[in-house]
Design a binder for this molecule. Sequence first.
Ligand SMILES: [Ca+2]
Length: 394
Amino acid sequence: MASTHVAHVFLWFSLAWLAAVSQHASAQEDTQTDPSATEQTDHIIVSEAETFSVEVVSEGAEVPWALAFLPDGTALLGEREAGRLSFLNVETGERRIIDGLPDMLRNGSVSSGLFDVRVHPQYTENGWIYIAYGVGEETKNGLAVDRIRIEDERVSARENLFNSTPRISGKWHFGGRLVLSGGYLFISTGDGYDHSVLSQSLEAHAGKILRLHDDGRVPDDNPFVGTEGALPEIWSYGVRNPQGMTVHPDTGEPWLNEHGPQGGDEVNIARAGENYGWPVITYGEEYGGGPIGDGITHHEGMTQPRYYWVPSIAPSGAAFYTGTAFPGWRGNLFSGSLAFTHINRLVVEDNRILHEERLLADRGWRVRFVEPAPDGSLYFGVDDGMIMRLVPTN
Ligand SMILES: [Ca+2]
């Protein structure tokens, strides 16, 4: 009898002790999931090759289209729709507008304004910054490229390097990306949407990759110099709307992505004299269905894409990642995606694309550009107006 009582007391004591311990444990869990801790843990994103978090740097941009870093780490932010160039303080998010940009075509109904902004690789010596922007009016427009110098918060020098010809009508497909590599300036131009036939014409700048010296002169050894009727700036042709172009870190070659029609967005390497086929060959179709032209994907003398997306992701600004913060991403080609709202990661080896991953696809962000920062974080801008960065979480 007595021993049973002792057993009951012992059992009661044990249960009470266990309850107290488990209450203590749950209190500890509560502490670990307090809001400040959640802030850190809930936003860690585990992807295939890297684990990272997303930080908002700045908000309220009007169609942010380009970001470029000066050697001192200052960022230049280009907003297409606003036609605005600003210094962006990446620590505070503060933006200071740069005055004195040229007049450009921008109104609510045309996909024009300030396109790319690039910093010359020898900026420390020469101070040049390159900008691409739309010019003219809705019924007669084109793409212009200038190089500018900035002192304080003003354009202190400006040289116009390029104006596309002929001017064409329409609201879309200006291209507008720039690459500086090996003393050359490469320019991507779109087909103007309604003028796809011009992509195959050597007498029009539309639907091309162009090459100039970085001071605007036409190189004597461009592939169509000396071809009767051909515009000498043309480097390669047969593209549709290249809104992403970047330089390969090892080869120095320009790589571009381009919007296909319905399906058939592509990645190509811009090489001398090559024809990328638009609108004769494509992996896409007309909007709403139906073949484009003869509905073929291959043709003699036309280069196959390095990679293509069906359905279309609507690729935007592109960059190779060469930083050290994300070693698992080194050498990868990143592009923004507008239609499928993500950051697109392509694994590239020996000029071949081996694998694709889509990052942040659940956020609904129309990504306009990606740009690695000097510290290795990966910046991107979205139509909602935020400039953000991916930072490693170790
Ligand atoms: Ca093509």
